[in-house]
Design a protein around this ligand. Structure first.
Ligand SMILES: *[C@@H]1O[C@H](CO)[C@@H](O)[C@H](O)[C@H]1NC(C)=O
Ligand SMILES: *[C@@H]1O[C@H](CO)[C@@H](O)[C@H](O)[C@H]1NC(C)=O
Ligand SMILES: *[C@@H]1O[C@H](CO)[C@@H](O)[C@H](O)[C@H]1NC(C)=O
Ligand SMILES: *[C@@H]1O[C@H](CO)[C@@H](O)[C@H](O)[C@H]1NC(C)=O
Ligand SMILES: *[C@@H]1O[C@H](CO)[C@@H](O)[C@H](O)[C@H]1NC(C)=O
Ligand SMILES: *[C@@H]1O[C@H](CO)[C@@H](O)[C@H](O)[C@H]1NC(C)=O
Length: 366
């Protein structure tokens, strides 16, 4: 499983940190009641736990920590002398993949918590940047009664507030906002019968979407059917034929959850089946544009079948984040790239844009 796909990017941490600060501000007297305010500043330690190897996941520290440090500098300014922040990056160079990191995160976090900390802070916040290690570290942090902030799509179990009262998920990439995009989209066209195809090429992100989508739509009285496909496997073409027959008899709206290469192959297939004549629509979803992690969602592959694919894609709707219009973005992008290089010796690929992986719009909290 390519774990990097599931919980990726989140320079949203910017906003999480602001959010934690919001909590800190509520917990302690505000600066307007200076007389009651303790003389000593309140100390907050923010511990970002992550993978130091950029290639392991889009949520690795070289990608996300620069955003956190920018945010923290701003927050520190706005709190002046009343709160002092310490930002700790917690990682181990040896853990090169998400799997190894996940296996060792308990040790990493508890060793730091019990043995390495020399100062007692008034408040401790862990940020789980997110490969697959967060459940494990979440259990420890719950026991320590510290706050934990996570971003990305977030593991579903974290939504159980009885189990994880201390975990706050922040981000407009939260699964809830994607499911709500789907439901609003269907409602807008009054589509009441949806067929969901889950391909074997589905990323962990799609797997998370599918469960939430099926239960979310069912509860809205939308008729749902779902089937699995295996577009890569030529031996499964018989199964696909059966599925397409089933679709023809039950729905005109097909949601495809899988990788773009397979989606394009699927669209070419339905085109040969005359299912791109306007009677059917196909819906795909891309949390944000990133070629390495989410593939190249386009008909244009520079192959002989481009023209057919282009025709077929006329029946496709793409649900994705709105383009950024924030004018600070370019400056922020340069700053983030500069810090990635300065702090982590990490250089973005030439066609890799920070801006497109970054959502700096208002996040949702769960
Ligand atoms: C913060 O921690 C310091 C040192 O442990 C302690 O003296 C102080 O009372 C704490 N402040 C608050 C507001 O809890
Ligand atoms: C397809 O079937 C052939 C013959 O049964 C088998 O050798 C091959 O491994 C199968 N391919 C896949 C991708 O399952
Ligand atoms: C699709 O339509 C074309 C022309 O209308 C026809 O020749 C072809 O047999 C149809 N294919 C299928 C799979 O129905
Ligand atoms: C990805 O899509 C772009 C057009 O958006 C195209 O120029 C490029 O060749 C595609 N890359 C691959 C690997 O298909
Ligand atoms: C990034 O986003 C902008 C605006 O949404 C778009 O014009 C541009 O093509 C995107 N770049 C990449 C590499 O995806
Ligand atoms: C920084 O990264 C470059 C490759 O991107 C490498 O050649 C260089 O040795 C690295 N420097 C340090 C100090 O690790």
């Amino acid at each position: 499983m390519n774990v990097g796909l599931l919980l990726h990017v989140t320079i949203l941490h910017i906003l999480w940190i602001r959010f934690c600060i919001g909590i800190a501000a509520e917990t302690f007297p505000s600066s307007s009641v200076q007389s009651d305010f303790p003389k000593d500043p309140i100390s907050v330690e923010i511990i970002s736990v992550g993978n130091i190897h950029a290639a392991s996941t889009l949520a690795s520290l070289p990608y996300v920590a620069p955003g956190m440090s920018i945010a923290l500098e701003k927050v520190q300014k706005s709190f002046g002398n009343s709160v002092s922040f310490k930002h700790t990056l917690l990682y181990d160079n040896q853990y090169k993949t998400c799997a190894v990191f996940t296996d060792n995160v308990d040790y990493l976090v508890s060793n730091y918590f019990y043995s390495k900390r020399t100062v007692q802070y008034n408040m401790t916040v862990f940020i789980g940047a997110g490969c697959t290690e967060r459940l494990s570290m979440g259990k420890l942090i719950r026991g320590w009664n510290s706050l934990m902030m996570i971003g990305g799509a977030g593991e579903t179990v974290f939504r159980n507030k009885k189990l994880y009262p201390n975990v706050v998920l922040g981000g407009n990439n939260a699964i809830k906002s994607h499911i709500s995009s789907f439901t609003r989209f269907f409602a807008r066209y009054s589509w009441s019968s949806i067929y969901v195809l889950l391909d074997s090429s589905a990323t962990p992100w799609h797997l998370l979407v599918v469960g939430n989508l099926v239960s979310g739509l069912n509860s809205k009285n939308i008729q749902m059917k779902s089937a699995k496909t295996d577009i890569r496997n030529p031996n499964a073409s018989g199964d696909l034929a059966v599925t397409l027959r089933d679709i023809r008899s039950s729905s005109r709206v097909i949601v495809f959850l899988g990788f773009p290469t397979e989606f394009r192959a699927f669209m070419l297939q339905v085109r040969t089946e005359n299912m791109t004549n306007g009677d059917y629509v196909y819906v795909v979803n891309e949390p944000f544009h990133h070629r390495t992690y989410y593939g190249n969602l386009t008909w244009m592959y520079g192959t002989q079948r481009d023209q057919e694919a282009e025709q077929a894609f006329k029946s496709v709707f793409l649900i994705t984040s709105a383009p950024e219009t924030n004018t600070h973005l370019q400056t922020l992008e340069n700053e983030l790239k500069m810090r990635s290089l300065r702090d982590f010796n990490f250089t973005y690929a030439p066609d890799e844009k920070v801006a497109n992986n970054t959502r700096i719009t208002t996040p949702q909290f769960e």
